[in-house]
Design a protein around this ligand. Structure first.
Ligand SMILES: *Cc1c(COP(=O)(O)O)cnc(C)c1O
Length: 386
């Protein structure tokens, strides 16, 4: 039998070895790692909710009211009032009939996509969509087609070809709203129109849109007034909401089908009731004037790092794994935590630094980072800055 060592050696030789590095503090704009204080530009905590006192208080309250363990799956005895309250709050905010929560975004994708489509159906997915969306599509057994990133014309051509040969099958189009590793936005309006034209269902993953876009912080679809034209709104509670978990907001019938078919939902212990209680508080906060204030604080910081950039995610493409790792190590030496992102998280040859901004980063830390990025050591000059 092969030993795992041989594979680890191959991974290392390809510059793709990863290891866990433990923080020695709670997360926040400043963290402690290996005894050093670092400005944290690595987390997806866009509004600072992961260390927000109101969310912490809600978690405590949830703990006291409903406890820490659900002790069973949702379909057995794991559904408690905070789970229902969270789902009602999300549905209301999204303008859908219903919503269903999951333990993670990965579970939401791998559970819901195979519940929506199956063999004989079709999934058409953006080339840069998150790994969990691709995993869900593969698990579904539907035929899988990829369209070039944000290329609506190609998407439209693919859809009309599929409709030509299978007029009655389900087609599910999948995209992100804010792309996790590139920070660019999907042309949502055109995608919505194309799906309507070809009678395709649309799933939009707002993992990086929730909290950041929209007058009520519900994401890019809310910002663009498209909420009622999207079949499945996916979002995660581990990013701007500062907790963990995810949801699919959809019609009541689809929710009922997900409850009956999504294996990651059915065969998994319900999320801790205290977590669901805190997540509802986080969604309420996103929609409150305080959420609006945090979003404008975030906008100010985005403009500070690069005026005109569309999201708090800033990729700095360096090309090779070695260049990305070296640039990340060099920034760390100067007190900045900025991760190197490599294949398979991004396509081969596009290894990069990924900077993510939060509303609670001090402006001075952003200015200092900008200076470092504008004057990189020669070995780490970007081949293509975006
Ligand atoms: C993080 C992420 C997920 C997965 O969500 P988790 O709750 O972390 O499992 C799904 N989609 C996108 C686009 C993400 O960035």
């Amino acid at each position: 039998m092969r030993s795992p060592r041989s594979e680890l050696e191959a991974i290392t030789a390809a510059g793709l070895h990863r290891r866990l590095r433990t923080l020695e503090s709670a997360t926040g704009p400043k963290v402690l790692r290996e005894g050093r204080e670092l400005w944290n530009f690595a987390s997806n905590d866009y509004l600072g909710l992961a260390s927000h006192p109101a969310i912490r208080a809600a978690f405590h309250e949830g703990l006291d009211l409903w406890g820490h363990g659900a002790a069973a799956s949702r379909l057995i005895t794991g559904t408690l009032p905070p789970h229902e309250a969270l789902e009602e709050t999300i549905a209301k905010a999204k303008g859908t009939d219903a919503a269903l929560s999951f333990s993670s975004g990965h579970a939401a994708a791998t559970g819901s996509i195979p519940a929506i489509v199956g063999s004989g159906d079709h999934v058409v997915i953006d080339k840069l969509a998150h790994a969990c969306l691709i995993d869900g599509a593969r698990l579904s057994g539907a035929s899988l087609r990829v369209f070039p990133h944000n290329d609506v014309e190609k998407l439209s051509r693919l859809l009309s070809r599929i409709r030509g040969v299978s007029p009655a099958s389900r087609i599910l189009v999948i995209t992100e709203s804010v792309f996790s590793m590139d920070g660019d936005l999907a042309p949502l309006r055109e995608i919505v129109e194309t799906c309507e034209q070809h009678e395709a269902l649309l799933l939009v993953d707002e993992a990086h849109g929730l909290g950041v876009f929209g007058p009520g912080g519900m994401g890019l679809a809310e910002e663009m007034g498209l909420q009622s034209r999207i079949d499945f709104h996916m979002g995660t509670l581990g990013k701007a909401a500062g907790l963990a978990g995810a949801y699919i907001a959809c019609s009541a019938d689809w929710r009922e089908l997900l409850i009956n078919r999504a294996r990651s939902f059915i065969f998994s212990t319900a999320p801790p009731p205290a977590l669901a209680h805190a997540a509802r508080a986080a969604i309420d906060l996103l929609r409150s004037p305080q959420g609006t204030a945090l979003r404008s604080q975030l906008r100010e910081r985005m403009d500070r790092l690069r005026p005109g950039h569309s999201s708090p995610i800033f990729p700095w493409i360096l090309g090779t794994n070695e260049a990305a790792l070296e640039a990340s190590a060099s920034l760390e030496n100067q007190g900045f935590l900025v991760p190197a992102i490599r294949y398979p998280t991004v396509p081969r040859g596009t290894a990069r630094l990924r900077i993510s901004l939060g509303a609670t980063h001090p402006l001075e830390a952003i200015d200092a980072l900008r200076v470092l990025l504008e004057n990189p050591p020669p070995a780490t000059r970007p081949s293509e800055a975006r």
